[in-house]
Ligand binder design. Structure first.
Ligand code: ABU
Length: 495
């Protein structure tokens, strides 16, 4: 029947509930089949095709004529079949992975409600819900929820940009109106293992990426506080104004924890804004057993925390949190009176849109709220502790298996970086081994993608040959999945 029907034959253009329900039912069937298959380990994670090949397999052109609903359902099915199953229990490639079904159901609802997050007028429940979820995050950090602030942003990079922009506003409020020409040359600091978005924020805010200084890290990837202080002094001597330090809680590659307490001492000494990029590591605050790794985070002025990473929320879900209420508003307020009229019939302090850089803002709250309710604090504690236990198990297995070598031992988080050294290379001298090792991880990865059985990323590093970066953040992972990866790499590496 759908073969003869078009979008104009169903709601909202045509008051035809029966066909509307049939169409949506068919789409839901496609989604449910995908979810079921994705959770079966024998399902391939991907069918890899090169871009030129992919363009031939799927017709991505927009036609002049409307297409029947049946074609649209088929397109949904084909698109999913050609994608990467990031919720598969053997997908270890990215920090954001897994498919929490409650969060996904929340996202379905959000798409259905299709509202914008700028005013209480059109998002009354979600605006209150956002505040409630933020409150939970402020409490987890250790801030006074009555004095804190925050906003959900489209990803961690933008959350970091919010933090830097607000820090500048805090120090030089005039820059909002006059730009950077009227203020000293600002500079900021972050570790050499930080996320690239800190440099990008310096560039976007007009501070300049050359004025973002990378501070040396130790062998575990942690910022060296003494090196930070020395760089601050050098910058001051050169006439610059240090204004922002970013400490990373859970670095992207090594999962390292910058020593926040020591960095906070330095920031207090030089009166510099401390931001903690806990995009990846923030979730650990929900584990009383492991939260000590973020000790000192409560001393930060701002924190980035992405629930779409360790907490497993559906992409995107990323918060920038502030210890001091009001700053975000002062920094970004443009008072667009077509949207933020002051004479509305309710308390307009609930119109949070003027705190944001963006105007249209997706509702990233509901899926997080619903998922958090489904687990409670205790559920999260268990989930995160489980993942940390799995990481310890995986590291132990690597230590015990011939050919494997950990890059950082012990790993401090859910990133486990390692090499696989094929048998024929094990007797080589170090220089030769290192040179050849550079090519091993990319080769194994390519073969792995061809097989489609599992997926793990590899990383280049100036100091080291390419190594695998394993990420354990999907709650579906079991010990057997980790064993499978270890065996699969051996199998590929020796073939
Ligand atoms: N901040 C995005 C990290 C992406 C990844 O390494 O999976």
């Amino acid at each position: 029947r759908l073969a003869k029907l078009f979008a104009t034959d169903i709601l909202p253009q045509s008051n035809n509930w029966e066909d509307t329900e049939t169409f949506l039912g068919e789409v839901v069937k496609v989604l449910l089949k995908y979810i079921c298959e994705e959770n079966q380990r024998e399902t391939k994670i991907l069918e890899f095709h090169h871009p030129t090949e992919m363009k031939k397999i799927i017709d991505l052109t927009i036609p002049d004529e409307p297409q029947p609903l049946e074609e649209l359902v088929k397109a949904c099915e084909q698109v999913l079949s050609l994608g990467v199953r990031t919720g598969h229990p053997r997908f270890f490639n990215q920090i954001s992975c897994g498919l929490d079904l409650v969060s996904m159901a929340g996202e379905w609802l959000t798409a259905t409600a299709n509202t914008n997050m700028f005013t209480y007028e059109i998002a009354p429940v979600y605006i209150l819900m956002e505040k409630e979820v933020l409150r939970k995050m402020w409490e987890a950090i250790g801030w006074d929820p009555e004095k804190s602030d925050g906003i959900f942003a489209p990803g961690g990079a933008i959350a970091n940009l919010y933090a830097m922009n607000t820090a500048r506003h805090h120090m030089f409020p005039r820059s909002k109106h006059l730009g950077n020409g009227e203020i000293p040359i600002l500079c900021c600091f972050t570790s050499q293992d930080c996320h690239y978005s800190i440099k990008s924020a310096a560039s976007v805010t007009g501070i300049g990426s050359d004025h973002c200084f990378y501070i040396k890290t130790d062998s575990g990837g942690r910022m060296i506080p003494e090196a930070l202080e020395q760089q601050i002094i050098r910058c001051k001597n050169e006439g610059m104004q240090p204004f922002f330090v970013c400490a990373t809680a859970g670095t992207t590659v090594y999962g390292a924890w910058d020593p926040i307490e020591k960095i906070a001492d330095i920031c207090e000494r030089y009166r510099i804004w401390l931001h903690v990029d806990a995009a990846w590591g923030g979730g650990l605050l929900l584990s009383p057993e492991h939260r000590y790794k973020l000790s000192g985070i409560e001393r930060a002025q701002s924190v980035t925390w992405n629930p779409h990473k360790l907490m497993g929320a559906i992409l995107q879900c990323s918060a920038c949190l502030f210890r001091q209420d009001g700053l975000l508003f002062q920094c970004n307020q443009m008072s667009a009176d077509y949207l933020f009229q002051q004479d509305k019939p309710y308390d307009v302090n609930y119109d949070t849109g003027d705190k944001a850089i963006q105007c249209g803002r997706h509702n990233d709250t509901f899926k997080l709220w619903l998922m958090w309710k489904s687990k409670g604090m205790e559920g999260y504690r268990k989930q995160i502790n489980y993942l940390m236990d799995l990481a310890a198990y995986f590291s132990e297995r690597l230590r015990a298996t011939d050919g494997y070598e950990l890059v950082v031992d012990p790993p401090e988080f859910l990133n486990i970086c390692f090499w696989y050294i094929p048998q024929k290379m094990r007797g080589l001298d170090l220089a030769e081994k290192m040179a050849r090792l550079e090519k091993i991880a990319p080769k194994i990865k390519a073969k792995m993608m061809e097989r489609g059985t599992t997926m793990v990323g590899y990383q280049p590093d100036k100091k080291r040959p390419n190594f695998f970066r394993m990420i354990i953040s999907n709650q579906a992972i079991t010990r057997a999945d980790l064993d499978f990866l270890i065996d699969e790499i051996v199998d590929i590496g020796e073939s």
